[in-house]
Design a protein around this ligand. Sequence first.
Ligand SMILES: NC(=O)c1ccc[n+]([C@@H]2O[C@H](COP(=O)([O-])OP(=O)(O)OC[C@H]3O[C@@H](n4cnc5c(N)ncnc54)[C@H](O)[C@@H]3O)[C@@H](O)[C@H]2O)c1
Length: 442
Amino acid sequence: MPTQNQKTPVLIEEPKGKLGVLLVGLGAVSTTFIAGVEAIKRGIAEPIGSLTQMGTIRLGKRTDNRVPLIRDFIPLAGLNDLVFGAWDIFEEDAYEAAIHAGVLERDLVNQLKPELQAVKPMKAVFDQQYVKRLNGTHVKQGANKMELAEQLMEDIQTFKRVNECDRLVMVWCASTEIFKQSGEEHEDIGAFERAMRNNSPAIAPSMIYAYAALRSDVPFANGAPNLTVDVPALTKLAVDRGLPVCGKDFKTGQTLMKTMIAPGLKARLIGLHGWFSTNILGNRDGEVLDDPESFKTKEESKLSVLEYILQPEVYPTLYKDFSHIVRINYYPPRGDNKEGWDNIDIFGWLGYPMQIKIDFLCRDSILAAPIVLDLALFMDLAKRAGMRGVQEWLSFYFKSPMTAPGLYPEHDLFIQLMKLKNTLRHMKGEELITHLGLEYYD
Ligand SMILES: NC(=O)c1ccc[n+]([C@@H]2O[C@H](COP(=O)([O-])OP(=O)(O)OC[C@H]3O[C@@H](n4cnc5c(N)ncnc54)[C@H](O)[C@@H]3O)[C@@H](O)[C@H]2O)c1
């Protein structure tokens, strides 16, 4: 029932027709995502971990008992309307790539063979300078980076036409590139396009995909820690073209745990001497991250989380100079089944020390796949709702959320979830939930 605080809803176009999900990289995360959606469509699996499929949203007062599923509350594309496309530097189709990735049981992958075989990767834009440990052959050739972008734009148009898609979204699920900082080539679109034509090393392959997406009216989400769309030239292009963008780096595994536990420690004013995190993993992502330059990109993304949540400048007694170390060790026998250890040295009343130890036996791609699904659906929603530029409300899904210039990112998972749900309430003209609750005691 509408309340007096209800606002005018945002105008949202209905999701008619098919939504094409274009995945850059057809590796462990992408194939686990596609296979999962196909299995759910066939009714042989549940969409566990997906907020868009299983999450609910409270509306109005606690006494109103209005708690619909998010997908019944807001107009999202249905799973039966999704079509998948991908680029990769290897020719393997999604069936072969899923077998290669070894995340899902062979039995399940075999059951889904026809659907997976239908996803054949397009030739990639790739340069080994940016991902040292990979060497692929299924790669586009072009005189300069602008030409490569034009080839991607052609791929996008062809995919849309052949698959009769109404709308598209692109999600970067390819390998982590080497560490890059934003420079003068990324300042505005003129400089960016000049740098593309001059084959400047400042333009990474991931930026060429993001540029091609935005030029083709396709929202872009970045699942890796690379800079990619997080540069002024491309965020401005997104705003100008009325397109949403978001990133960076899917929040799974150890960082997910960190952003659950650190807010709890801070809430109870428990101090921190140090947090040591180490991982072993043996998938291709682990192999790529074994290269120090790719790891540097990942490290930057993982390290910033605690500083922002704990705010040492606001709480110097509790958090000044805590030590924070993150290691990733490539250990082939583990495959995708990562193990992450955290040793957390904390202190309480009168400074007495305590420790927390976490041993998380996680499955990276199992945690990442529902994020890809949610981002594809929410980015499509954002575009239909006229939301453009950086989508901070999707920070919930990222280790290193993109924000407006000068704004620090919000890392606390629970604040991120509240922000996401309040954004959905706002879009539908529902009252925002502040949890004040005084009205129950009037
Ligand atoms: N939980 C997670 O798995 C998780 C969490 C956060 C971020 N990520 C990031 O997501 C990305 C994918 O992870 P993954 O486990 O699927 O890795 P993966 O190595 O299995 O797959 C990546 C694929 O991208 C392809 N690729 C590399 N460069 C490309 C390019 N320029 N164009 C097209 N394809 C390209 C590779 O050939 C590979 O098949 C990585 O960057 C990873 O760091 C993963």
